[in-house]
Design a protein around this ligand. Structure first.
Ligand code: SAM
Ligand code: DTB
Ligand code: SF4
Length: 337
């Protein structure tokens, strides 16, 4: 801990060095610290449930090396037009009936055109009217677009930093880390909650993972939701080709990443995101112990699979976990962001 910052009553800044020192702790010590922080800020047995829907699939101009939806790679994915509002509402109703409290709509765009935004704003209004929290992930925003989404009732905007800034250019070249920060600032400015995380298992070093977590934890204020995705190796993408031959990332390194996110962002919901099917039940249980308190719930992510809702209900029962209810005003853990 930084003594000067502590004396001034400020949280010390998280640098990559300090985050790397957390990663290097003995596993038991790291888990104990993460669990202590978790219990100080959250009900340790409650998990927030978000359901995803791809409202516009494939054909994206960007070259993100992990993504099934880039028009640059042959992943066999069929492009789909923007869904009708009625189709979205039907999926959202089903998600609510199944127990989700947040509905997240994703579009494979570099960023939305103003005309697209009218349709998405309508989706947000209708989903919100069902009593669900709303989230969208549409890529980079232009001036004024975040305000329009806020006016439609948007609660969260997902926009990930994805990886440490020094590795970013090795994964994506069509936009940069600074562009991501710019959109995040616009979202914050409009009064929308920020959902921002990243992907691990892309061949990055631990140093890069520590840099990603330090950069997320240094956003001020910190993101309310932090999705931690394990790379899903989609055949046809450059990263599946590069990482496909390697042994998968050590699952314990994934658990460490969750623990480090929990310690550095004590009031954020840390979401155990893509890759849950591959992790299996025992590793997921360790992730919950490390402080993960949110998941994507439902059999599909955007274009790839996720555990069946029934399997998740059984896992929750085995672990004594329960879905987190939405609190009054749409926020949970009052005072904890
Ligand atoms: N186009 C928008 C954007 O890039 O922000 C929104 C959709 S994009 C699919 C949302 C996030 O999904 C990405 O930032 C990335 O973190 C995650 N993602 C995409 N493909 C993935 C994969 N194969 N494995 C793990 N995470 C992935
Ligand atoms: C996030 O961090 N993970 C979600 C959500 N935000 C939009 C997406 C995961 C996508 C996994 C690959 C796919 O299904 O296409
Ligand atoms: Fe497009 Fe988003 Fe996929 Fe990148 S991650 S290719 S911006 S859909």
């Amino acid at each position: 801990m930084n003594d000067i910052a502590l004396e001034a009553g400020l949280a010390p800044a998280w640098t990559p060095d300090r985050v790397e020192a957390l990663y290097a702790l003995p596993f038991g010590d790291l888990m104990f610290r993460a669990q202590s922080v978790h219990r100080a800020h959250f009900d340790p047995n409650a998990v927030q449930l978000s359901t995803l829907l791809s409202v516009k699939t494939g054909g994206c101009s960007e070259d993100c090396g992990y993504c099934s939806q880039s028009a640059r790679y042959d992943t066999g994915l069929e492009r789909e037009r923007l869904l009708d509002v009625a189709e979205v509402v039907q999926s959202a109703r089903a998600a609510k009936a199944s127990g989700a409290t947040r509905f997240c709509m994703g579009a494979a765009w570099r960023g939305p055109k103003d005309r697209d935004l009218d349709a998405v704003a309508e989706m947000v209004r209708e989903v919100k009217a069902l009593g669900l929290e709303t989230c969208v992930t549409l890529g980079m925003l232009k001036a004024g677009q975040a305000e329009r989404l806020k006016a439609a009732g948007l609660d969260y905007y997902n926009h990930n930093l994805d990886t440490g800034s020094e590795f970013y250019g090795q994964v994506i070249t069509t936009h940069g880390h600074a562009d991501r920060l710019d959109t995040l600032a616009q979202v914050r400015q409009a009064g929308i909650h920020v959902c921002c995380g990243g992907i691990i298992g892309m061949g990055e070093t631990r140093r890069v993972r520590a840099q990603l977590i330090a950069e997320l934890a240094s956003l001020d204020p910190q993101p309310e939701s932090v999705p931690i995705n394990m790379l899903v190796k989609v055949p046809g993408t450059p990263l599946a080709a590069q990482c496909g031959q390697d042994a998968d990332l050590d699952p314990l390194e994934f658990v460490r990443t969750i623990a480090v996110a929990r310690i550095t962002m004590p009031r954020s919901h840390v979401r155990l995101s893509a890759g849950r099917r591959e992790l299996g039940e025992a590793v997921q249980a360790l992730c919950f112990l490390a402080g993960a308190n949110s998941i994507f719930y439902g059999e599909r992510l955007l274009t790839t699979g996720n555990p069946e809702a029934d399997a998740d209900r059984r896992l929750f029962e085995k672990l004594g976990l329960r879905p987190e209810p939405v609190q009054e005003g749409g926020r949970r853990c009052a005072g904890h962001g």
